[in-house]
Design a protein around this ligand. Sequence first.
Ligand code: ZN
Length: 330
Amino acid sequence: MAFRDILGQELAVKCLTRSLARDRITHAYLFTGPEGVGQNEAATILAQSLNCLENSRGPCGSCSSCRRILAHNYPDVRRVLPEGNNIKIDQIRALRKDIYYRPLEGGYKVYIISEAHKMTIPAANSLLCILEEPPPYAVFVLLTSQEAKLLPTIVSRCQRVAFYPLTLTLIQDKLEAEMGLGREKTGVVAALAGGSWDRARELVESGRAGAVQREILTLTATICSGNRAGEWQVGGEWEKNEDLPLLLQQLLFWFRDLLVLKETGSGELLLHQEEIPRLRQMVQCYSRRGLLEALLAIQETMGLLTTNVNTRLALDVLMGRIKPHGVPII
Ligand SMILES: [Zn+2]
């Protein structure tokens, strides 16, 4: 993998390749942005570029150093991950001990700290001491999705490289090319992934995207058939579902699709490309105002469920607010 393979992050890639081309390597980089949008890959490629035996600055990807860095089997590139919920002081102490030994093989010792915002305060202070006077061969790459939680004194010592959420179309293209999903299935998964390729892949591989989709189709079939008793059972089932936030998210996308269909009459912009016939059928029973009310109700429920609310009751109220006020659809 090379920098050009990191899709959708042109600014970050430009910043890193420029820094390498001009031999202006800083001692600490801070990669910010949502998880799973290329930071890990970029950190690995930076470490390879700094230690590539071909000195290609590309990197070459095939020399022994490049291959071992990719396999996490290279002595001068270390990765620090949270142990449990935190990165602890002992982990940074171990790093401090290691850093003063010169590189064994390469030109640089690279320390990649994932989820850097999870450092405890003592750990962060300990890292700060190293960042104040790092040895010339040391390069730190801190990765974070929550920059605001880092000590400002750490942020100010790093060169910030921003990564951004991937576009819907880019994630759809990757789902199609790398996971063999039909284009009509990719819209919802990409929307649920919220700009993160890692999340999109996980949703498909774990089967969660499929399971959530089936629940939504069951609910909409219940609403369409006018099965009022069935609607009241949904709250009880969803309450026990571990993926409740995801269910509500997709329900929101479903009603968003209904609204788009109501306003445009066209299926082109819909996320649920596979379900256009059902959406067309369902939209006839809702007024524009009814759809806006349903969208509002779902968003309010999503907010309520992050507080200490009675989940079953909140879901029951939601079901009452999203059904059409009219005769059954089928
Ligand atoms: Zn190489």
